[in-house]
Design a protein around this ligand. Structure first.
Ligand code: ARG
Length: 460
């Protein structure tokens, strides 16, 4: 058995059970690129500070290039007995270049090393997720453009409420996603500070330059407090919280589209390319991708909860428990990217069923609130007009008709204030025309919103 990098004080090697239980190489090899990047910056700094010679640095840089190439070619052998990505790469470098490699871990601990790697990894992951969010926003805006003028029932309590333009609803999703992106950007800015040089927890007496490594790795600045640098996991808690909120948004979208694809609603039809069938019921065509978007949101929330529970009660600074922070983050990132991509693809492959929607519109007295506004415009206090319209609706219910089917005499028996112009407010088209407040579902307001997003997302 090879002596561990930390083997000096040990007389016995660890049991196989302990080795298998404590290893992280099976998952943290995903950090290899960031680990090598960090080592390059560290070696360069050590040389410039006189802590290694330029020639040691050059062999380290060359060796790291070679190792990176081996990893990417699938030739690198990852060894469980070398525990984690950091020791695998350092030990392989020693095998490769000998003595100079032994200087690489000067003024560095795996505690600051792993966090440097992890912050770099998360920073890249955020950039990828941001691109996926934008891609979905663009797909939703394209879907909105395709469905200009289409009025759909708007719901509260899942009961018919008021008519809205479909575009308005689609742009509501776009707004949510924009805040999701904003949260990730905030998180990215707070995350982008460099732990490297914090060493185990206390810093070092060696003359390192933390600003130099921080700059080289594209961080804003080195972290101010070495204990905080190796203890902190709030950057991942924040990241997974942001992902969880995005996942919940996508889950709600998924629920809506699954519902709308049902026979009962029948408002939208996904194309065959985004549907799946049943192994027993030959007629079935199911909106599985969006059901799974709804379902996978559970994992993303679960990943956050795992990390919250992991960190609760941990004393400062590094504890081995923290090795458990990687997998939930990897899972959350992989899952949210999949959810965003499939949602965009679904959006590109659904048709809204105009006829079916049109048929549904007359039911549910969607224009009742517009009628109340009409009475307010005639000078009636809103609470009174609410009551008048309530009684008009009751009349409709008893006659099994819609508000616009009541003639003026019938309306006047409820209240004489009604005049012929009332019919300009009844029916969903008129109701939509009546909306004019900023951010409302009126055609002009929605067209303005759409223009805003087309410009902002730079999509035509
Ligand atoms: N594999 C470890 C982790 O992911 C690296 C840090 C280990 N540090 C230590 N002192 N054992 O957390």
């Amino acid at each position: 058995k090879e002596v561990k990098l930390w083997g000096g004080r040990f007389e016995e090697s660890v049991t196989d059970t302990v080795e298998k239980f404590t290893e992280s190489i099976s998952f943290d090899k995903a950090l290899y690129k960031q680990d090598i990047m960090g080592s390059r910056a560290h070696a360069t700094m050590l040389a410039s500070q006189g802590l290694m010679t330029d020639s040691d640095r050059d062999s380290i840089l060359q060796g790291l290039d070679d190792i990176e190439r081996q990893i990417e070619a699938g030739e690198f052998v990852w060894r469980t007995d070398r525990e984690d990505v950091h020791m695998n790469i350092e030990a392989a470098l020693t095998d490769l270049i000998g003595e100079p490699a032994k200087k690489l871990h000067t003024a560095r601990s795996r505690n600051d090393q792993v966090l440097t790697d992890f912050r770099l990894w998360c920073r890249d992951a955020i950039d990828t997720i941001l691109a996926c969010i934008k891609h979905l926003q663009i797909a939703l805006v394209a879907l909105a453009k395709k469905n200009e003028g289409l009025i759909v029932p708007g719901y509260t309590h899942l009961q018919r409420a008021q008519p809205v333009l479909l575009q308005h609803l689609l742009l509501a999703y776009v707004e949510e996603l924009e805040r999701d992106a904003g949260r990730l950007l905030d998180c990215r800015a707070r995350m982008n500070f460099c732990p490297l040089g914090a060493c185990a927890l206390a810093g070092t007496g060696l003359p390192i330059d933390r600003f130099m490594t921080s700059d080289a790795l594209g961080f804003t600045a080195p972290m101010r407090n070495s204990i905080d640098a190796v203890s902190d996991r709030d950057f991942v808690l924040e990241f997974l919280s942001a992902n969880s909120i995005t996942a919940i948004h996508l889950s709600r979208l998924g629920e809506e589209w699954v519902l709308w694809a049902s026979e009962e609603f029948g408002f939208l039809t996904p194309s065959d390319s985004v549907s799946t069938g049943s192994s027993i019921m030959p007629q079935k065509k199911n909106p599985d991708p969006m059901e799974l978007v709804r379902g996978k949101s559970a994992r993303v929330v679960g990943d956050l909860v795992s990390l919250l529970v992991l960190c609760k009660g941990l004393p400062h600074a590094y504890n081995r428990d923290l090795q458990e922070d990687k997998e939930p983050v990897f899972d959350s990132v992989k899952t949210i990217i999949g959810m965003l991509k499939v949602s965009a693809e679904f959006a590109q492959n659904i048709t809204f069923n105009r006829e079916r929607i049109q048929k549904a519109l007359p039911a549910g007295h969607l224009d009742a609130t517009t009628l109340a506004d009409y009475l307010v415009k005639k000078g009636i206090p809103f609470r009174t007009s609410h009551d008048i319209v309530g009684r008009s609706v009751a009349l409709c219910v008893s006659r099994n008709c819609q508000l616009q089917d009541l003639n003026l005499d019938q309306l006047k028996t409820i209240n004489p204030v009604f005049e012929e112009d009332v019919y300009e407010f009844l029916g969903v088209e008129n109701a939509i025309k009546n909306f004019s407040s900023y951010g409302s579902t009126g055609s002009k307001c929605v067209a303005d919103q759409l223009d805003y997003w087309v410009q902002k997302l730079d999509t035509n």
